[in-house]
Design a protein around this ligand. Structure first.
Ligand code: NAP
Length: 284
């Protein structure tokens, strides 16, 4: 019988996950399909009960349900609990298990040396993160786990940034410092003293998005990682034009999908097949 996998979220028809996973299933000749489950909040409980009944063998979770999903799980890996967000679900013996593969996807891309990776070791470095949403949670937890010296967060919604910092600080055991930057007037000094800027906001997707910060603050010795994967953002372009290390979110998206695939099928993901499908669909 065909196995069904998919992505739970809201207004997610743009997702590139079906292209990647369906290409991987085809490469293995598997009778499986990855679908979009575009679901209103009221439909989420019945979606999870269908999962438990086995109608769906596993799924990814995205905006706006990465945090809310935790409450529906029977088992959750401690990493995802600490991060406070889940992006992968597996069904085992009618029980829902939750994981976070954004974490490993981010770490692999950050430290990796393959094309499209950043080749950056955050140990002892200062990092400035824009965004305090679902993706930022995994990113910040990863940076602190990798012993960044200092992680600064800013978000349009300052309360969200404060809550995220407090939640991570309560779970994290280590030496990294985390603090929230509320005033834009501090960006110049703080970015000038940072080694890495991470964009974990959607800002830069649309052509007319205002820059996250004044690009004059980009300095020699700064690296840039933008989680946006749909295109090369102005931030990444600016940094590259200055000869700096700068990447978008393509590899992170690919690596988190590969980790989910492995979890569901117990097979190594055909990474290059998935990358090809991803890049072809980005171009469309
Ligand atoms: P999210 O939960 O909506 O979080 C984004 C946060 O950024 C929100 O709190 C938002 O505030 C804030 N924000 C928006 N514009 C801002 C600005 N100019 N300055 C500061 N904060 C700003 O979204 P997400 O799931 O974390 O995703 C964020 C981005 O990462 C998206 O572009 C997504 O596609 C990308 N992403 C990529 C990967 C990958 O694998 N490459 C994985 C996950 C996410 P408001 O809510 O008030 O607007």
């Amino acid at each position: 019988m065909m196995k069904i996998y998919g992505l739970l979220g809201k207004s997610i028809s743009y997702s590139l996950s079906p292209a990647m996973h369906n290409a991987a299933f085809r490469a293995y000749g598997m009778d499986a399909q990855y679908r979009i489950f575009d679901t209103e909040e009221s439909g989420v409980p019945s979606f999870f009960s269908d999962l438990r009944k086995g109608a769906i063998s596993g799924c990814n979770v995205t905006i706006p349900y990465k945090e809310k999903t935790l409450a529906f799980l029977d088992e959750c890996e401690s990493l995802a609990k600490d991060i406070g967000a889940v992006n992968t679900l597996a069904v085992k013996n009618s029980k829902l298990h939750g994981y976070n593969t954004d974490f490993s996807g981010f770490v692999e891309t950050l430290k990796g040396k393959e094309a499209g990776d950043l080749n950056f070791d955050p140990k002892g470095e200062s990092v400035f993160v824009f965004g305090a949403g679902g993706a930022a949670k995994a990113v910040i937890f990863a940076l602190m786990s990798l012993r960044a010296k200092r992680v600064l967060i800013t978000d349009i919604d300052n309360e969200k940034a404060e809550n995220l910092a407090a939640s991570i600080a309560s779970k994290y055991r280590g030496d990294s410092l985390i603090s929230v930057v509320e005033e834009e007037s501090k960006f110049e000094e703080l970015i000038s003293n940072s080694d890495l800027v991470v964009n974990a906001t959607p800002c830069g997707v649309k052509k007319d998005d205002a820059p996250l910060f004044d690009y004059r603050y980009i300095h020699e010795g700064l690296s840039v990682m933008d989680l946006i994967y749909a295109a090369e953002t102005p931030l990444v372009r600016e940094a590259k034009e200055r000869g700096l290390k700068a990447i978008n979110g393509v590899n992170m998206l690919l690596y988190q999908a590969a980790a989910s695939f492995k979890m569901w099928t117990d097979k190594n993901a055909p990474l290059e097949v998935m990358r090809k499908a991803l890049l072809e669909n980005i171009k469309k």
